[in-house]
Design a protein around this ligand. Structure first.
Ligand code: ARG
Length: 589
């Protein structure tokens, strides 16, 4: 309403269409200065205005007519600033929330469009750690957001369940495997087996290298050369059998895969994440032959000492990429080619996102380039959503922290904090579950606090922090709003007299609520959870300031009901934001 009035008046002055001016109106951050502002240079996009921007700002400011809606216009440099009727603004925003409820800020902009979000995609037998956690929560957030904006979404887990390392794992299991441990915790056990056999295999390789160096230097070798096949040789042969469809080799592998998925599902459950599809590198072997033929027909394959490579040095300088080894087995990127085609043909999408760490930037550039060279027009609909590393963990050094341990430890800590308030604690139905949700909130929000492309160091303090701007703080703000409603002695009245919300704290809170739709759009445009998280903290702070002065209990009915609506709206938005981030908003904690 306010933007429309501004656009209407400016349109008369500039002869630019109101709709175009609407695009240029900004909602200001500092509400003491102005409520809305128009950067004059932006208008030039639509029409070349005669005069300097700062002069034009002064000129326009003097010609704006003040009315019930617009209460002030002034120039500040190149900006034309507006003050509007705040009481009216508060009412407009709250009425809007009353009518739309938790659809406030949501749209149907994605209607009729289908999006595949591929995320999490852990590697069986490698740890599911804080690194994979990032993909999981970013992908989950994206799926939630797209759903709210009307898109049809398909959430997909593309398991790393194929490749030579499964040969290695099978060899390792024969040597070190324990049925009992496998059943108890397949992910951890397979990981332990993998680390052991990998360490042993590396030692063999090092000995081989040393032998070669010594021979080359003309000195007597310290140890004779290993004549039996190395662990790597056996693993390679094993994987070759898998790719050739050897029933026995596949049976063992399938068991590892199935057991791991059961366990993954537990973890995802705890993370409040669901997948529509469990796919994996192993499931695309059939399509691979067809795509290989296509690569051949298009003359894209080059021979390189018995292996096959694709030359991507032109025009994008992406080097040469190996797509088939000398023994005929495939590689990670080969499987990705087949997987993309398979998804296009069998699921279909208008857009597909790969949520994968930025270490794989180059891999995805190569993949997209190959698909382009294969003339797949939909290649332009693929996007790699990358994110920075969680540093300070290494598989080799054994400093990897498993996701489950993170969740257990945060849960324990939150439970301890909750117990400090005995009375409140007694009211909670399932404290373990609540503590788990608060713990997850801590883990997710510490991650989403910074831009996704930033690296961060893993450290426990960061995960376990429970004061300041944290996940527990957002949950607490929500639970407090719920408790306020329960204990206020009043009820939600959609016809409350909102003109009674005159205090600056009420204005500030309502305005913050009113910014939600714009924040959602920004979050969507940048696919950036930190934008939404930053906003939710502002909202929670505005709620907290309001709590200091705007009381409900024992107040006059009219005032209490108006404030009730204000807090109710804040609760709706906070809850909506938390849900999009993948968290269950708590009513008590
Ligand atoms: N499993 C891989 C890893 O953990 C990630 C898979 C990413 N997705 C893909 N289509 N390549 O490194």
């Amino acid at each position: 309403m306010f933007q429309e009035e501004i656009a209407k008046q400016l349109s008369v002055l500039t002869e630019i269409e109101p709709n175009k001016i609407l695009e240029c109106i900004e909602s200001t951050k500092n509400k003491d200065m102005a409520d809305f502002a128009v950067p004059i240079p932006k208008l030039n996009k639509f029409k070349k205005l005669a005069g300097k921007p700062d002069q034009l700002a002064i000129d326009f400011a003097s010609k704006i007519q003040l009315n019930d809606c617009i209460q002030g216009a002034s120039a500040a440099g190149n900006y034309l600033n507006f003050k509007v009727n705040r009481l009216l603004q508060v009412q407009e925003i709250l009425k809007d929330v009353i009518s739309k409820k938790d659809r406030f800020g949501m749209t149907e902009q994605g209607k009729g469009k289908k999006i595949i979000v591929e995320f999490s995609s852990p590697n069986i037998a490698k740890p599911f750690h804080a690194g994979h956690l990032r993909s999981t929560i970013i992908g989950n957030f994206m799926t939630n957001l797209f759903n709210e904006l009307g898109y049809e979404t398909v959430s997909m887990n593309y398991l790393g369940d194929w490749g030579k390392q499964y040969g290695l794992l099978a060899v390792g299991f024969e040597k070190y495997g324990s049925e009992e441990e496998l059943l108890a915790d397949p992910i951890k056990h397979l990981y332990n087996v993998y680390v052991k056999i990998n360490g042993e295999a590396e030692k063999e390789e090092e000995a081989k290298k040393k032998y070669a160096e010594e021979v080359a230097a003309g000195v007597e070798p310290t140890a004779p050369l290993q004549t039996t096949p190395t662990i790597h040789d056996i693993a390679r042969a094993y994987f070759k059998r898998m790719e050739d469809g050897d029933v026995e080799a596949l049976a063992i592998w399938k068991r590892f895969r199935d057991l791991s998925i059961v366990k993954y599902k537990d973890i995802y459950n705890r993370l409040n994440v669901k997948f529509d599809i469990y796919s994996g590198e192993s499931l695309v072997t059939e399509g691979m032959a067809i795509e290989f033929k296509k690569l051949q027909d298009k003359n894209l394959l080059e021979d390189s000492q018995g292996a096959k490579v694709i030359d991507l040095s032109k025009p994008n300088k992406l080097g040469k990429v190996l797509v088939q080894k000398t023994d005929g087995t495939t590689l990670y990127i080969t499987r990705d080619i087949a997987a993309a085609v398979d998804r296009k043909n069998n699921i279909g999408f208008d857009k597909m996102y790969y949520v994968v760490a930025s270490q794989q930037d180059f891999h995805f550039r190569q993949l997209f380039d190959i698909l382009g060279k294969m003339d797949y027009q939909w290649q332009k609909d693929l996007t790699h959503i990358n994110y920075g590393m969680v540093k300070g963990m290494s598989t080799r050094k054994g400093t990897v922290v498993f996701l489950e341990d993170i969740l257990n430890k945060t849960q324990k800590k939150m439970l301890k904090i909750m117990k400090q308030n005995e009375q409140k604690f007694a009211e909670i139905e399932d404290p373990e579950k609540v503590a788990d949700i608060v713990g997850l909130s801590a883990v997710v929000i510490q991650d989403f606090n910074a831009k996704r492309n930033k690296d961060y160091d893993f450290n426990w303090d960061r995960m376990l922090k429970s004061d300041g701007d944290t996940g527990p703080y957002l949950q607490y703000a929500h639970a407090r709003l719920c408790s306020l409603e329960r204990k206020s002695g009043f009820e939600f009245n959609p016809n409350a007299n909102l003109t009674l919300l005159t205090e600056p704290e009420a204005f500030n809170l309502a305005i913050t609520i009113g910014r939600y739709p714009e924040v959602i759009q920004l979050t969507h445009n940048q696919i950036e959870p930190s934008t939404l998280v930053g906003y939710l903290f502002e909202l929670a702070h505005a709620v907290s300031s309001a709590h200091q002065v705007l009381w409900i209990k024992d107040r006059e009915k009219d005032i209490a009901e108006a404030r009730f609506v204000l807090y109710w709206a804040a609760k709706i938005i906070l809850g909506s934001g938390l849900r999009i981030l993948g968290l269950i908003p708590l009513e008590r904690m």
